[in-house]
Design a protein around this ligand. Structure first.
Ligand SMILES: [Cu+2]
Length: 610
């Protein structure tokens, strides 16, 4: 394959279907699988008894001060042994729920005291940014997902520390109450660091959504407000945490995506929780690497969405299901008071992995996730609020969509890479993270800037797209003719922007967003073969109160490590001379796919606000 290899119709189909077919034909990677079920291509966890461990209620503490990330040992289930893991703030897995208040700035120091990586054997030193050093001296950089954060505190993927290092972040908290979360974002190892435990929730409060029982919105609070970090895991034959999923990919090779067969909530597999008869506010986070979940209750009871990624909706939205991609959050109110004492009801997932994933890897299923046991005691007996915005004692109603100043077309692709195994690299706009072709956003002093982004998912996989520092609203989705689009627009070599407009290739009528996608978000589901149109709101300089393009330091040793592994995703890739090999400064933010395995390799691009 030469430098001008084009992604022809045949080439593109080959990138997806061909890869799956090739993987089938490949020999297993040398290591002996620990346990294989009916599908010889995937690992299966030992059978685990559900509903024997209580749901852990995560520690809460005020944001600010020092949070140490360290290696630990954690028990995911009564019948499983201690697993090597990572956690923040002395927790053996995940971190405490940090609580902050609007406009009360905090200084949050993250200290890296991580020892040998608990998933060292799974680490692939050949993907972008990773090196063998990450096995013994893992990197850390912490991103506050959904935060309006100055660039040097945003947890840029290259702004990492190694063991012993600290990084001081300033969080202005100059934004509405919302359920944010913090997690590692280190280039090339994010999927392993988060899977091992480096994530936590960050509840931002304001004068309306105070988190107290007296809150003017009438939302359940105290013991009736429960953060739920939902994830999926695989456990090895010996019961310890495993990352590797596919038997035919050698251990220590990037696998394309990780989906487990055991649900873990707040760090425990199949937990139960005893609830009083009344309303509960559940702060849901899909903290999985890849898996999207369609969540409902086993008795099909309705519940109410009161907030999405970035804050409250105007009024509670009654629904019986809600879909969360990896990285998305939902703020829901559930009425256990309508159920008789003694009722047991499970929060469950009815979504399946994509057909592509099932063919290539297998259908690792997650169904019932957490069991609620309704007791006799009365709990939060106030009614479900009628409205959440626009009234007295409420934040202002959501504004109408601002006028779009610019439309940007973005492509989501999976490209063949014959020199790798598995033979694929993930890409946005046919570019890699080191591109010089940086998205430049002209921000204004005194008003936000609205753009429309048309995200074209040209693959047959799901990709949830996350923008740092921006807010977004889902406008509509429309099917497109991917093959005709590709045929009509020859793709240049990797590393040159390729995102032609798709107007001529749309099919059928646009579909409105799902009811649970109302309000401000920061992560959006981009389904395969679909144009996902979003309104992107870039904050004004006045709102930010900082220079969004201020340079910040990046340890050159880390960057050097990145360059020294010789990452070259395809024959036509050239690492940018301006950012490699010795970087000591960086600017701006990133946008990326929130499948952690994808952002690690190399579905993440820079963006600058200028
Ligand atoms: Cu993706």
């Amino acid at each position: 394959m030469g430098q001008d290899r084009r992604l022809t119709r045949r080439g593109f189909v080959g990138a997806a279907a061909g890869a799956a077919a090739a993987w089938y034909a490949a020999p297993a990677g040398g290591a002996v699988p620990s346990r294989i079920g009916s599908n010889p291509f995937m690992f299966v966890s030992p059978r685990i008894t559900p509903w024997v461990d209580a749901l852990p209620l995560l520690d809460r503490r005020a944001a600010g001060g020092e949070l140490v990330a360290a290696t630990a040992r954690h028990r995911f289930h009564r019948d499983l042994p201690l697993s090597p893991t990572m956690g923040f703030g002395g927790q053996s897995y995940l971190g405490p729920v940090l609580e902050a208040h609007r406009d009360q700035a905090v200084t949050q120091t993250f200290r890296n005291e991580i020892g040998r990586h608990p998933l060292a054997d799974h680490l692939d030193p050949t993907v972008h940014g990773a090196s063998v050093l990450d096995r013994t001296r893992p990197r850390l950089t912490v991103h506050l997902h959904g935060g309006l954060t100055e660039p040097g505190s945003d947890g840029h993927a290259l702004a990492t520390t190694r063991s012993g290092g600290t990084r001081v972040h300033h969080y202005g908290n100059a934004q509405e109450a919302a359920g944010l979360w913090y997690h590692d974002h280190s280039m090339g190892v994010t999927r392993l660091n988060v899977y091992a435990g480096l994530a936590g929730m960050y509840l931002l409060r304001d004068e309306y959504d105070t988190g107290q029982g007296t809150n003017p919105l009438g939302l359940p609070a105290g013991e009736y407000e429960i953060p739920l970090v939902i994830q999926d895991k695989i456990f090895a034959k010996d019961g310890t945490l495993q990352f590797r999923l596919a038997t035919y990919v050698a251990e220590g090779r990037w696998e394309g995506g990780q989906a487990g067969d055991v649900p873990v909530v707040n760090g425990v597999a199949y937990p139960y929780h005893e609830v009083a008869r009344g309303l509960y506010r559940l702060r849901l986070l899909n903290g999985s690497n890849l898996r999207a979940m369609m969540l409902s209750f086993s008795n099909d009871m309705p519940f109410w969405v009161v907030g999405t990624d970035a804050g409250l909706v105007d009024a509670p939205i009654e629904t019986r299901r809600i879909r969360l991609s990896a990285g998305e959050r939902a703020d829901i109110v559930v009425d256990f008071g309508a159920l008789p004492a003694g009722t047991r009801v499970q929060l469950r997932n009815t979504d399946r992995l994509t057909a592509q994933f099932q063919i290539a890897v297998g259908d690792a299923r997650i169904r019932d996730i957490v069991q609620f046991r309704v007791g006799a005691a009365r709990g939060w007996t106030k009614p479900v609020p009628q409205r959440l915005r626009g009234g007295a004692g409420q934040p202002p109603a959501l504004p109408p969509n601002g006028a779009v100043e610019r439309v940007r077309t973005m492509t989501v692709m999976e490209l063949p890479d014959g020199r790798r195994w598995p033979p694929a690299v993930m890409s946005l706009n046919n570019l890699g993270f080191d591109t010089d072709d940086v998205e430049m956003i002209p921000v204004q002093d005194d008003r936000p800037v609205y753009e429309r982004w048309d995200i074209l998912n040209l693959t047959i996989d799901d990709h949830p797209i996350h923008l740092h520092i921006a807010l977004l609203r889902v406008l509509e989705r429309q099917t497109m003719d991917v093959l005709r689009y590709i045929g009509a627009n020859p793709r240049p070599g990797y590393g040159r922007r390729w995102a032609p407009p798709a107007e001529r290739f749309k099919r059928g009528a646009p579909a409105a967003p799902q009811p649970w996608e109302a309000g401000w978000k920061d992560t959006v589901y981009a389904p395969p073969g679909v144009i996902t149109r979003i309104l992107v709101r870039w904050p004004s300089r006045a709102e930010m109160g900082f220079d969004p393009d201020a340079p910040f330091s990046v340890p050159s040793t880390v960057a050097g490590g990145a360059a020294s592994n010789g990452f070259q995703p395809t024959e036509v890739c050239r690492l940018s001379a301006t950012t490699q090999p010795e970087v000591d400064q960086a600017r701006g933010y990133v946008w990326h796919c929130h499948v952690l395995d994808h952002e690690d390799h190399d579905m993440m691009l820079p963006v600058r606000l200028v």
